[in-house]
Design a protein around this ligand. Structure first.
Ligand SMILES: NC(=O)c1ccc[n+]([C@@H]2O[C@H](COP(=O)([O-])OP(=O)(O)OC[C@H]3O[C@@H](n4cnc5c(N)ncnc54)[C@H](O)[C@@H]3O)[C@@H](O)[C@H]2O)c1
Length: 443
């Protein structure tokens, strides 16, 4: 009020003689006001500059973090590739019903490649994501990606910890299912690089589940746990009802944690979850870090192989499961997964939570595995038999698959003899062993 009164006084000079002086005073005041408003403008300008700088630095931070994840994604062309790859191609009214649209994580991995191909072949839409890490030869992962591309499956190079990328993928495609196979696999490597297990199997899993829970519609999630969760359990065959709270390796502990974490997202957000405990999967396009693969390589190169033996000279045994049987179990899990019930992060009702063993139910000892390989390769292995070190391996695995048989119609059909024959044939061909060699002709 007082300011207003002063302004009115300035506008009405008391006597005419005072006008010049008053004008001069008024001009000074105008100038003051002008300076005052310039000061305000200056402050505003400063504020705007600060805001712009903050905005730009935020964007450069986001770009840098995207670069950290080595992602090269985005743009109209990229989105078109994603949509084309994700579109089911089952003929309308086909016996199997409408096609699924599946996001496969770890698609350039061993199991991921086989599952993506099988889904594509029956007419489902598939988009893969893989970070092509160097845990084992990335050129094998790239060759798998090329194989997938030749069947119309697009694999995004990116990390499941990149939340922006996952959100973008769900914005572009309303995936009906996620088949989550990306993980840091391997038991012994955990002693060398424990952080990689936390990165992919814990942080990556949570990042993926966050994206799934926010998606609208929410997808049903089928993911790979592991037989390693049975840890020190010695009741055989391993049943889903047995104890899994005594893991013997960090790998196993992260898979067990994954089962608890997925349960939480099922409980709070209504995500449909199916966890699959795979038992030692092997076959063509397999993982070079696994024994059957590295034994084959060493035997062919005339190098010695290390065969571990349990306490009291007991041979180690594994429930080796052929990749085609695992693929059938994965697809049956996708087909029977009930719907997620939430939308946009809100649960609308209870959703299914399932766990199944996927094994072969026919454990074979490691020396038997070696002798089958020797026969197919026609080379005698140079064996170093040593006692198993305490590095996380367990002496045997053996799956009870009644539950999977009953609910998924899962029925493994491939013996180790038959499966290894197919693996060796692929190995010799992939690594360029001459078709004229004795080993090749033997198959
Ligand atoms: N092969 C087996 O015997 C076996 C047994 C039990 C469980 N599993 C589980 O099955 C799944 C598939 O195994 P696999 O044998 O195909 O292994 P794999 O290593 O061949 O495949 C995993 C893929 O995931 C990718 N990946 C890892 N971390 C990632 C991340 N943070 N972001 C994006 N991609 C990432 C890797 O590059 C790799 O291509 C894994 O979860 C594994 O733990 C496998």
């Amino acid at each position: 009020m007082r300011v207003l009164a002063e302004e009115e006084e300035d506008m009405l000079p008391s006597t005419p003689g005072k006008v010049k002086i008053e004008r001069a005073g008024a001009m000074t005041r105008q100038l003051h006001r002008c300076f005052a408003s310039t000061g305000t403008m200056f402050l505003w300008a400063l504020f705007l500059v600060a805001m712009t700088a903050t905005y730009l630095s935020f964007h450069s931070f986001v770009d840098t973090s995207s670069r950290y994840f080595a992602a090269s994604w985005g743009g109209l062309h990229w989105e078109r590739q994603i949509r084309a790859s994700a579109s089911p191609r089952r003929p309308p009214g086909s016996a199997e019903g409408a096609g699924l649209s599946v996001l496969v994580t770890g698609a350039a991995g061993f199991v991921g490649t086989h599952c993506s191909l099988a889904l594509r072949k029956r007419g489902d839409g598939v988009v893969g994501i893989d970070n092509f890490n160097k845990y084992y030869d990335p050129s094998l992962k790239k060759a798998r990606r090329a194989l997938l591309a030749s069947h119309g499956v697009f694999v995004v190079e990116g990390d499941i910890n990149d939340g922006r990328l996952l959100t973008k993928l769900f914005d572009v495609v309303p995936f009906t299912h996620v088949l989550h196979l990306a993980a840091q696999a391997g038991v012994r490597y955990a002693m060398e690089n424990p952080a990689s297990y936390v990165h992919s199997n814990i942080a990556g899993l949570v990042s993926l589940l966050e994206a799934c829970k926010e998606a609208d519609p929410q997808p049903a999630v089928v993911w790979a746990s592991s037989s390693s969760v049975y840890g020190l359990n010695d009741a055989v065959p391993f049943s889903e009802a047995h104890r899994t709270d005594r893991p013997a390796s960090l790998y196993a502990a992260t898979k067990k944690a994954g089962e608890e974490i997925t349960h939480t997202y099922n409980h709070i957000y209504g995500l449909s979850v199916t966890g699959l405990r795979f038992f030692t999967v092997y076959g063509p396009w397999g993982r070079p870090d696994m024994a059957y693969f590295s034994f084959t390589r060493n035997i062919l190169q005339g190098k010695p192989i290390t065969v571990y033996r349990g306490r009291d000279h007991v041979d180690l045994a594994r429930d080796f499961t052929y990749i085609d049987d695992i693929v059938r179990g994965c697809l049956a899990s996708l087909d029977t997964a009930g719907r997620s019930t939430g939308t946009g992060g809100r649960k609308r009702g209870p959703a299914p939570y399932r766990i199944f063993n996927l094994g072969n139910t026919a454990p074979v000892t490691v020396p038997t595995l070696v002798s089958i390989l020797e026969r197919y390769l026609r080379v005698n292995a140079k064996k170093n038999v040593v006692e198993m070190p305490g590095n996380g391996d367990v002496p045997f695995t053996h799956a009870n698959i009644s539950l999977a048989r009953e609910q998924l119609g899962y029925k493994p059909t491939t013996s180790l003899e038959m499966g290894l024959k197919k693996f060796v044939r692929w190995y010799l061909s992939y690594y360029g062993y001459n078709r004229g060699t004795q080993a090749f002709n033997n198959l």
